[in-house]
Structure formats: structure tokens, C-alpha cells
Design a protein around this ligand. Sequence first.
Ligand code: CAO
Length: 415
Amino acid sequence: MGKALEDVRILDFTHVQSGPTCTQLLAWFGADVIKVERAGAGDITREQLRDIPEADSLYFTMLNHNKRSITIDTKHPEGKLVLEELIQSCDVLVENFAPGALDRMGFTWERIQELNPRMIVASVKGFGPGPYEDCKVYENVAQCVGGAASTTGFDDGPPVVTGAQIGDSGTGLHLALGIVTALYQRKSTGRGQHVLAAMQDGVLNLCRVKLRDQQRLERTGVMKEYPQHPNGTFGEAVPRAGNASGGGQPGWILKCKGWETDPNAYIYFIAQAPVWAKICNVIGREEWTTDPNYATPAARLPHLKDIFAEVERWTMTKTKFEAMAILNKYDIPCGPILSMKEIAEEPSLRKTGTIVEVDHPVRGKYLTVGNPIKLSDSPTEVTRSPLLGEHTDEVMAELGYTADQIAHLRTVGAI
Ligand code: CAO
């Protein structure tokens, strides 16, 4: 079966996490992704958080599947010429260098357009235009400046960052959408364009509901589904809401059997209005279905803490999986808190290709997260990440360089 992006060639100038997430997705959809790295060193993550000496780290391998690697010194005059040829033969250049690095290399937007007017240049930066546009940014900085940290955690504690890499992988995902959209528009305009995904913007987009709440708070001074109501106070800005749900369905994380020793013996429980009677039956509080303090969603809002405490008395008698099985019988929305160990061992995720085992010539077998987006006409096969410079000769030959020319460029240090 063909692949959705099989005629798309990508010059991948990305490193660390945000950019590589984007180009890995495009590679999974079939694009030919040529990762340009610095000879001898490569993407810094190859050696970061290493678990096996001399082997590319999991950090690198899990973000660079299905790509080819070519090493070029892009500051060497002859290296620049190779890069120019790559620019002329590719559809998209993706980069997440610090602001200005591509310009300093001599590849400004104008120069790239001169070389290839159809080229789409896609960038991840920490910030969009404005006072911080020159700043370098990493994941947790993005979470803090995009509104996630101020709204995550508990009311009586400091701001908290989340384990989900919404700044890096989240922005990579936004960029990938920008790229395929630009490729689509190029069909009618014939022109390339610049695609920018700023990490602050990407995180804020994912925190959209919190900006919604900011405006509700300013208008009404209170948000009844927040745990601050009715027992706490609201200030001027959206507060941290603990484990409360971000939507109109009240929810909380509740202890299950074994919580004293197992840090993940918990379940997320949603007191969804349409199944309120079933919830009352399951936990043995049938009288709540008619009690005016509990019978309607609005009446329940001031009592959520007590309601969840009562449901927890029930969940503590069951393991998280037993609770899930019972609640699901009644269509009561809930979800066990799964550890990474449980996820790694989950057979259904292996079956769908969401968790994949990959073999690597140096590090051996390892687990990775496969393509989370499934296309029925463009299936994904996850192949291992490239060794540093593994495809330099192959790509150079495709560009028309002879063996002698390749040897020369290697001798002068351009590749
Ligand atoms: N040959 C020669 N030079 C190369 C090269 C190559 N193949 N590849 C990269 N370089 C050079 C760059 O030209 C740059 O040189 P100058 O500083 O002289 O212009 C240099 O390597 C370093 O690039 P950098 O500034 O991007 O790298 P850094 O480690 O200092 O910063 C990061 C890393 C991530 C903070 C920065 O790239 C950044 O802010 N990127 C945008 C936001 C982003 O993606 N952040 C998420 C990272 S994942 O958590």
C-alpha cells in the first residue's frame, strides 16, 4: 500500500525534541526525511540520558525513526554548496535552531526562496515576534510561558509542570499540521511559504479552556465547578484546579484498593449528569437521586467534595481495574491511572502499533511509541533511527556526486 506523503522530500534540520517529533510524524506518513547533522556529534540527544554506553540514547532513537542521516558542516563553504543542492531538491526545510541560527549560516528566507521558490520553510521557535523572540526555549519554559504551569497543581502549592511534553511534542504536532497545510496550498499557488509554530503559542492553544475560564472569572468572580467553590476563594487569575475536570463534567482522582503502597492505585472518576442515578446505585446512595441537594447538576456543585469522598469510599474497596469494569457496565466515565510499566505491557497497544518494539544494530531491542495517528490507506511501519551519517554517501550519490567527489568533500571536512 502507498504512503500519504511518499512524494514529499524533507530537509530535516531539527534537533532535540520539538522539531524531531514533527519530522518523525511526516516520515511515518511516508515522507523521505533527510536529517542533516553535524559530523562527529550529531543531534545532541544522541548522547543525552544514555542508558547503554556508545549507543544512541532512547531520547534520540524514539524521536528519529524512519529518517535518513547525513552529516554536513554547514559552515564549511563546500558544505554550504551541498546544502544548497539539498534545498533545491527538497519540498520542505524543517528547523528548530535558536533564533537567527539559520540566517547566520547564510540561509535566510530570501536566499532559500532564491534557491527554491517552492520550498516550505517550517520553524519551531520558543516565542513568536515580540519582546522574547530571541530567547532560547525548552519544554518546561514553554509550559510556564504558555499558561500551563500557572493552571496546573493544587491551590495550596506552587505551579507544576506536566509530564506530557506539550511544549516540545505538542508544538511539533502543530508544526506538522502547518507543513501539510502549506503543501496543500502550494498545489494551487506553486509557492512555498514560511510556517512558524511558537512553543508559547502551541502550549496556549492546548490551554485554550483556561483562557475561557479567565474571562468567565472576570465576568462572574466565581467558577462553580472549581474546587475553590464553595470552600476557597478566587483571586484575579484562573487558579490551579487540582484534578478537577477542565470541562462541564465534574471529575476527580480517587483512591483505589492498594493505594497505601501502590502510587498508581487510583482512578479518574467523572460524575456525569446522565448517569447520576447509576452512580448513586453503584455506591449505595440511592437517596441522592431524589435529595434536592444532590438531584441536579447545579445542586451538586457545592457538594462535589463530599460526593467524591463518598464515591472514594466505594472505589477504595476495589482495585482500579475492578472499579473500571463495574463502572463501565453502567456507562459511567472513568479511567484507571496507568503507570508507564502497565502501558508498556498493555497487549492492545502493541496490537494497534501504538507501542512498538524496534531493533537497533547497536542498542538492540527497545520499545517506542508508534504513530498515534492511524490512516487506513497509509499504514505506518516504524523503522529504527539512523546511525550518525549512515546515509551520507547514499544521499550524496542521489544528488549526483561521484565517489571521488564524496571522498574529496570528506577529506576537506565538508561532509
Ligand atoms: N554544521 C555546522 N553548524 C551547525 C550544524 C551543522 N550541521 N548544525 C547546527 N549548527 C550550528 C548552528 O548554526 C548554531 O550555530 P550559531 O550559534 O553559531 O549560529 C549552533 O550549531 C547551535 O544551534 P542552536 O543555537 O540551535 O543550539 P543550542 O544547543 O545552543 O540551543 C535550543 C538549543 C533548543 C535551546 C535552541 O535550538 C532553540 O531555542 N530552539 C528553538 C526552540 C526549540 O525548538 N526548543 C525545543 C528544544 S527541545 O526541548
